[in-house]
Design a protein. Structure first.
Lengths: 510, 337
C-alpha cells in the first residue's frame, strides 16, 4: 500500500458526538488515504453509523476537527459533503420507487437545457455509462419500484458513482446483494482504489473485510480501539478488538441433541402459487432446521405461508399429526406457530412502543377473558424481567422505547416476543441480520437452547455460516423447489451454496 | 420439450417491465374506456345528450373541474393534497367579479390569480416551515377562505354588470373550441411539461415517493412544497375565474364539495394517493367522465342530490382501484424478487 508516504485525504481528529443521554462518539481519530479501503468495524451501537453520518454531513460533531486534504471543513448538510467530494452509499434505500432508474441516478442534480427543461440526452448517456460500468442491465426508463432488491442497491451505488468524488463511504453495501453482485461490487471497489479513491467500508461480514480492505479501525462504545493494517491481523484478532474479549467459538455452539422422531410440523407437497412448488419436510420436536436459498428462492414465502400470510394452494400441513388449514396469522398462532419477520424495522418492531410493550404484544389474546382487558403492569413487568434475564436483553428499563436499542437487542426482544406467544414451533427469518458478532453468537446459542428445551425451529437465512452453526438439518431451496435436505454430517458451506445456486452435484455423505 | 421452451419464452416476454407498461397504459386508458362507455350509454338512452349545446356545456363544466384537478394531481404526486381548493375557487370567483366593476378585466383576472397564489403560498409556508400536516392546514384554510368570502360579500351575490365581454371566457370559441377547453388544455400542457420535464416536477415526485431520498439528494423540500401549494391554488383561482365567467353572478355559498371533485378526478385518473407520480392525462379524462355523468343524470331528470351519491361512489371506486393496483404491483414484485 505504502499509505504512510502519502498525505491523508481525510483526517478526523478528536471527533465526539453527544446525543441527549448518550455519548455516541468519544474523541475518535481516523485518517483515510487515497487508494485505500478502510474498514470500519464495531458492534451495533459502537458508533459506526454516527461516524459515517458525520463524514457525510448528516450530523455535526459536538467537538473535533474534520480536515479534507489539510483544510478544515464543516458540513452543514449532506449536499455540502457531496460537493466537497464525499459520496455516500447508505444502508437505507435512498431511492424514489416511482421514479425511473435514470431519474434516480440524477435526482437533485439533473442536467438541464438552457430553457430549464431536463436534458434527457445527457441524463441517458451518463446513466447508461455508470450502469454498464456496474454491469447492471436494466432499462433506464424502468421505475425503481419494479427492480429487485439487489438491483436497487446497485442503482444506489450507480447514483453514488455518477458524482465527482474523492472519498466514498459504504455502509453495509452487500447486505442485499447475492454472491455474483458482491463479486461485481468488489471489482468496482478495486477500480476505484486504482483511481485513488479513498473508501470507508462498514460491514459486519469479517470475510469481506479481509478480502477487500487494507486497514481496519475498530470502534467500541464510541471509542476507537485501534487502527491496524489487516494483513497483520487474523479474524479472531478483529473480533477480540471489537468485543474486548475473545469470542466464544461458533463451532462450540452446536451440540447434537438426542433427537425426537416426533414431527411437530409436517409439510407435505405444499405449493404457494408463484413462489414455492411441491415442498415437503418434517420438522421434529427439539430440532433446528435450516432453510437456505438465494434471494428469490422462495424461503421467505414458504415461511410466510406456514404462518398463514400467503395462501397455500396445494398439499397439506400437519401440526402434531393433525391436518390444519392456515388462513391467517392468528390461525397459525392458535396452532402454536410463531414467525419472526425478515425485516425487523419494517415488519417487526413498533418503534414508538416500549421494550415491554413490544415484548408482550403477541402474548395476550384480547377479549378471551374479561380480566385481560385491563393491563396488569406488575405481572407484565415480571414477565419482562424474566425474559430480560434469560435472553440478556440490554435496555435501560422496560419503559424504554425499543427504537433506542441496538439491532441485536431489538432482535432479542423479537425472539422474546416469539417465546411469549406460547408457540412451540418457531419460524425465524434472518435471526441475526444487522446484528453484531457478539450478539449473533448469543442468539445462536439461544436458538440451540430453545431446541434443547423442546421447541421445533426453522431458521431461514441468507447467511450460510449461520445455517452451518445452528442447524441439525438444512433444507435448501432454489427457484421455489427443494434442492436438498442435508443432514448434520452433510451440512457445510460448500454443500449449501452449491445446492442453493442450483448446481446439480449430488452431495454424498462424508 | 418444445412446450417448456415455449413457456420459458412466454415468461420472458411477459416480463415485469411489460406488465408495468400495461398497468401504466391501463391507468389512462381505463378511465378513457369508462368515459366512452358512459358517453355511448348516455347518447343512446337520452337523445338530448348528444346535442351541440349539451356537449359544449359538459365540456365547459369538465374543463373547470379539470383545471383544479390538474393542480391537485401535482400536489398528490408530491404526497400531499389540498382541501382548500373549493373555497379558493369561490373566493377568487368573487374577487374577479367584484374587481370587474372597478378595473380592466385583465387586472381583475390578475387580482384573482394573485389572491389564489397568496393563499397557496401561505398553505405551503405553514406546511413546510411549521411542519403542520397538509390535511390540517388546508382543512383550516378551507374554512378561513370561505369565511373571508362570506365576509367580503356580506352573504350577498355579486353580479357582473360591467365588462360583460368577460363572459367570452366562457362562451367564446377559438377554432370552434370553447375557450374554457382551450384554457384547460393550456394548463394541461404547461403542467405536463413542468411535471415530467423539469427538475421541479421530478423533485415534487421524489418528495412524494421517498422524502428521505429527496432530502439526501439535496432537494430543497420546503421550496418545492411551497411552490406546489402555490401552483394548486393558482389552478383553483383559474377555475374560479372560469366559474365567474360561466355564471356571471356568484355568491360565497357556491363551490362546496369542489375539493372532493378535484381529488376524485385525480385519483380516478390514475394518480395514487400514495404519492410519487401524477397522471395528468388521466385527470383530464376523469373530469370529462364526471361531467358526462352529471349531465346524463341531469337530462334524465334525476334529482340533483343523487349527483352527490354518484360522486362519492366514484371516489370510493377510484380508491378501491388504486389499492387493487398497489396490491397487484406488490405481488408482481414479490414474484420477481
Amino acid at each position: 500500500m505504502g499509505t504512510d508516504q502519502k498525505e491523508p485525504i481525510l483526517r478526523l481528529t478528536g471527533i465526539s458526538k453527544q446525543f441527549p443521554g448518550v455519548r455516541a462518539l468519544d474523541n475518535v481519530d481516523l485518517s483515510l488515504f487515497p487508494g485505500e479501503v478502510h474498514a470500519l468495524m464495531g458492534e451495533n451501537g459502537a458508533g459506526k453509523s454516527t461516524l459515517i453520518s458525520i463524514i457525510s454531513g448528516l450530523l455535526n460533531p459536538t467537538s473535533g476537527k474534520i480536515c479534507l486534504a489539510d483544510e478544515e471543513v464543516t458540513f452543514a448538510s449532506a449536499i455540502q459533503a457531496q460537493k466537497a467530494g464525499i459520496s455516500t452509499i447508505t444502508q437505507e434505500f435512498n431511492l424514489v420507487p416511482q421514479l425511473t432508474v435514470a431519474e434516480n441516478i440524477f435526482l437533485g442534480r439533473e442536467p438541464t437545457l438552457r430553457v430549464g427543461l431536463l436534458d434527457w440526452r445527457t441524463i441517458k448517456r451518463h446513466a447508461s455509462e455508470v450502469l454498464s460500468e456496474l454491469g447492471l442491465n436494466v432499462p433506464l426508463g424502468q421505475r425503481v419500484c419494479y427492480l429487485s432488491v439487489g438491483d436497487r442497491q446497485l442503482v444506489e451505488i450507480a447514483k453514488a458513482l455518477s458524482m465527482e468524488f474523492r472519498i466514498m463511504t459504504m455502509d453495509e453495501p452487500t447486505a442485499a446483494l447475492n454472491a455474483a453482485e458482491v463479486a461485481r461490487l468488489f471489482e468496482i471497489i478495486d477500480k476505484l482504489k486504482r483511481r485513488g479513491i479513498a473508501i470507508l467500508y462498514v460491514s459486519h461480514r469479517l470475510r469481506e473485510i479481509f478480502r477487500i480492505a487494507d486497514r481496519v479501525t475498530v470502534l467500541r462504545d464510541g471509542e476507537r480501539v485501534g487502527t491496524r493494517p489487516l494483513d497483520e491481523l487474523s479474524e479472531d484478532d478483529v473480533v477480540t478488538m471489537m468485543l474486548g474479549r475473545a469470542l466464544k467459538k461458533e463451532a462450540d455452539i452446536y451440540q447434537q441433541i438426542p433427537g425426537s422422531e416426533k414431527a411437530a410440523l409436517s409439510v407435505k407437497n405444499i405449493t404457494v402459487p408463484g413462489f414455492v412448488a411441491d415442498v415437503s419436510f418434517d420438522l421434529r420436536v427439539g430440532e433446528v432446521m435450516g432453510c437456505a436459498g438465494l434471494v428469490g428462492a422462495g424461503r421467505y414465502e414458504l415461511m410466510r405461508a406456514l404462518f398463514g400470510l400467503l395462501r397455500i394452494s396445494g398439499g397439506e400441513v400437519e401440526i402434531n399429526g393433525q391436518p390444519v388449514s392456515l388462513s391467517s396469522s392468528s390461525d397459525a398462532i392458535r396452532y402454536g406457530i410463531y414467525m419472526l419477520p425478515e425485516d425487523r424495522k419494517i415488519e417487526g418492531i413498533f418503534p414508538d412502543l416500549t421494550v415491554r410493550e413490544n415484548l408482550l404484544i403477541s402474548a395476550k389474546r384480547l377479549f378471551r377473558r374479561w380480566s385481560e382487558l385491563s393491563i396488569n403492569s406488575q405481572e407484565e413487568e415480571e414477565q419482562y424481567q424474566g425474559m430480560r434475564n434469560s435472553l440478556d436483553i440490554r435496555a435501560s428499563s422496560s419503559g424504554q422505547r425499543i427504537a433506542k436499542l441496538s439491532g441485536g437487542n431489538q432482535q432479542k426482544v423479537m425472539l422474546g416476543r416469539a417465546l411469549m406467544s406460547n408457540s412451540r414451533i418457531l419460524l425465524l427469518n434472518e435471526p441475526t441480520r444487522g446484528v453484531d458478532v457478539g450478539t449473533r453468537v448469543e442468539i445462536h446459542a439461544i436458538i440451540r437452547k430453545l431446541a434443547q428445551n423442546g421447541y421445533a425451529i426453522v431458521v431461514s437465512s441468507s447467511d450460510v455460516p449461520e445455517l452451518v452453526s445452528v442447524s441439525d438439518r438444512c433444507l435448501v431451496l432454489s427457484a421455489g423447489r427443494t434442492r436438498g435436505l442435508l443432514d448434520r454430517a452433510q451440512i457445510n458451506e460448500d454443500n449449501i451454496t452449491a445446492l442453493a445456486i442450483g448446481q446439480q452435484i449430488i452431495v454424498g455423505n462424508r | 420439450m418444445s412446450n417448456s421452451a415455449e413457456s420459458l419464452s412466454l415468461r420472458s416476454i411477459f416480463s415485469v417491465s411489460n406488465a408495468t407498461r400495461l398497468i401504466q397504459v391501463a391507468e389512462s386508458l381505463g378511465v378513457f374506456a369508462l368515459l366512452m362507455i358512459v358517453v355511448t350509454v348516455a347518447s343512446i338512452i337520452s337523445p338530448g345528450f348528444f346535442t351541440y349545446t349539451n356537449l359544449t356545456n359538459t365540456l365547459i363544466t369538465a374543463s373547470i373541474t379539470a383545471v383544479t384537478g390538474l393542480g391537485m394531481t401535482f400536489v398528490i404526486a408530491m404526497g400531499g393534497f389540498d382541501l382548500s381548493v373549493g373555497s379558493v375557487q369561490i373566493l377568487t370567483a368573487i374577487v374577479v367579479a367584484s374587481l370587474l366593476s372597478v378595473v380592466h378585466p385583465l387586472l381583475a383576472i390578475l387580482g384573482a390569480l394573485l389572491t389564489g397564489l397568496a393563499i397557496g403560498l401561505l398553505n405551503g409556508f405553514l406546511i413546510s416551515k411549521l411542519g403542520l400536516p397538509a390535511f390540517v392546514v388546508t382543512f383550516g384554510m378551507m374554512s378561513i377562505t370561505r369565511g373571508v368570502a362570506l365576509l367580503v360579500t356580506q352573504g350577498q351575490s355579486v353580479m357582473i354588470t360591467k365588462h360583460i365581454e368577460f363572459g367570452l371566457l366562457n362562451n367564446g370559441k377559438i377554432l370552434g373550441l370553447p375557450v374554457p377547453f382551450i384554457i384547460m388544455m393550456t394548463v394541461f400542457v404547461v403542467l405536463s411539461v413542468l411535471l415530467k420535464h423539469t427538475p421541479f416536477g421530478r423533485h415534487a415526485c421524489a418528495i412524494g415517493g421517498n422524502r428521505t431520498a429527496a432530502t439526501v439528494s439535496g432537494i430543497n423540500i420546503d421550496r418545492v412544497t411551497i411552490t406546489v401549494f402555490g401552483l394548486v391554488a393558482v389552478s383553483a383561482a383559474i377555475s374560479g375565474v372560469m366559474l365567474s365567467s360561466q355564471l356571471m353572478i356568484v355568491d360565497a355559498t357556491l363551490g362546496t364539495g369542489f375539493e372532493l371533485q378535484a381529488i376524485t378526478v385525480s385519483v380516478l385518473g390514475g394518480t395514487s394517493l400514495a404519492g410519487g407520480h401524477g397522471n395528468l392525462l388521466g385527470t383530464v379524462f376523469a373530469a370529462l367522465l364526471l361531467a358526462t355523468i352529471a349531465s346524463a343524470l341531469n337530462i334524465l331528470k334525476v334529482i340533483a342530490f343523487y349527483q352527490y351519491l354518484a360522486l362519492g361512489v366514484l371516489l370510493l371506486f377510484a380508491l378501491a382501484i388504486d389499492t387493487a393496483r398497489r396490491v397487484f404491483i406488490a405481488k408482481a414484485l414479490l414474484s420477481r424478487a
